[in-house]
Design a protein around this ligand. Structure first.
Ligand code: BV8
Ligand code: ZN
Length: 260
């Protein structure tokens, strides 16, 4: 446990509320994958990408203006995600789901580290960086493409869609694009029916995901925020675990285990 008494009390209280909950929802952002070596959106990317703002690159306009630049940025990020392993924070959430089977994870992240750690009920609001699709969804939405079998000049940028010959793009939700209807509905439903929402590693700046804690609060849920920083969600939090998720979440689990 932490050496800070207030933090210890917060961890104990969080464990107590989780233990007595009926329906837990966990909302995660890039911070939960930071200890796995995946940069957050607030982090400046290193080297070549340091001069670009992710919010400027993660848009359909940027892709149409310079498909090679955006495609190469995603290939760079895919390599980081491919090498990443789940961290203790991911594993603690997967263990919580084992003990509380109605637990749902709503993630803004495009990596699959929650699933790799063993989480089963995961709602991806912003898609998956490991998947690609036809930019025009020419065979239906989404027209997923396995480009590993396409032979194309990789220096020229994105591969051509094998159906229509036009661009292939990452299967993620870009800024200015609408979120997948089913996932957003499921996330809103979960947020409006949970009695505990654990918000982990998100700056709470991107909508509509940023509104989910408000929905939970309106439904009289207890909000537990896990983040080393202050965020717009902190004002909603009944309990603030001020620290890294890979440290805080295992400590909550440890208290839960000792209380068994
Ligand atoms: C939509 C996939 C509507 C891609 C992402 C003006 C013009 C256009 C749009 C808008 C606008 N104003 C508002 C909008 C809406 C816009 C938006 O919210 N913009 C913001 C920036 C102002 N939203 C959208 O465009 C969304 N779509 O609104 O559509 C619409 C309606 C009709 C018709 C058309 C459109 C789509 C948003 C989805 C964008 N895609 N990702 C990709 O990954 O490349 S968003 C992307 O950024 C992530 O998925 C994530 O959601 C977000 C980053 O946020 P976080 O995850 O919170 O990460 P961040 O780095 O910010 O923070 C990390 C946190 O972790 C920090 O707090 C840090 O303290 C903490 N931390 C660090 N270490 C740790 C830690 N915590 C715990 N442990 C640690 N160790
Ligand atoms: Zn196509």
């Amino acid at each position: 446990m932490s050496q800070i008494p207030e933090l210890n009390n917060a961890i104990r209280l969080a464990a107590h509320l989780i233990k007595n909950s009926q329906h837990i929802v966990v909302l995660t952002g890039a911070g939960v994958s930071k200890e796995s070596g995946v940069p957050t959106f607030r982090d400046t990317m290193d080297g070549l990408w340091a001069k670009y703002d992710p919010q400027q690159l993660a848009t359909p306009q940027a892709f149409q203006a310079n498909p090679k630049l955006v495609w190469d940025w995603y290939e760079f990020r895919r390599e980081i995600v491919r090498k990443a392993q789940p961290n203790p924070g991911h594993f603690a959430l997967a263990e919580l789901e084992k003990r509380f089977p109605s637990l749902e994870v709503i993630t803004q992240n495009v990596d699959d580290l929650h699933e790799q750690a063993g989480s089963k009920n995961v709602i991806h609001l912003h898609g998956s960086i490991a998947q690609s699709k036809c930019f025009y969804n020419c065979q239906g939405n989404p027209t997923l493409i396995d480009f590993s079998r396409i032979d194309w000049d990789k220096t020229s940028g994105p591969p051509p869609c094998p159906h229509c010959g036009r661009w292939v793009r990452p299967n993620v939700v870009w800024f200015g694009e609408i979120l997948p209807k089913a996932q957003l509905e499921a996330a809103s439903q979960a947020s409006s029916t949970c009695d505990v929402m654990i918000v982990v590693g998100t700056s709470g700046l991107v909508s509509p995901a940023a509104q989910l804690p408000d929905i939970a609060k309106h439904a009289r849920a207890t909000i537990i925020e896990v983040n080393p920083d202050i965020t717009p969600i902190t004002r909603l939090a009944d309990i603030k675990l001020e620290g890294a998720s890979g440290v805080m979440l295992p400590q909550v689990l440890e208290v839960l285990s000792n209380e068994r």
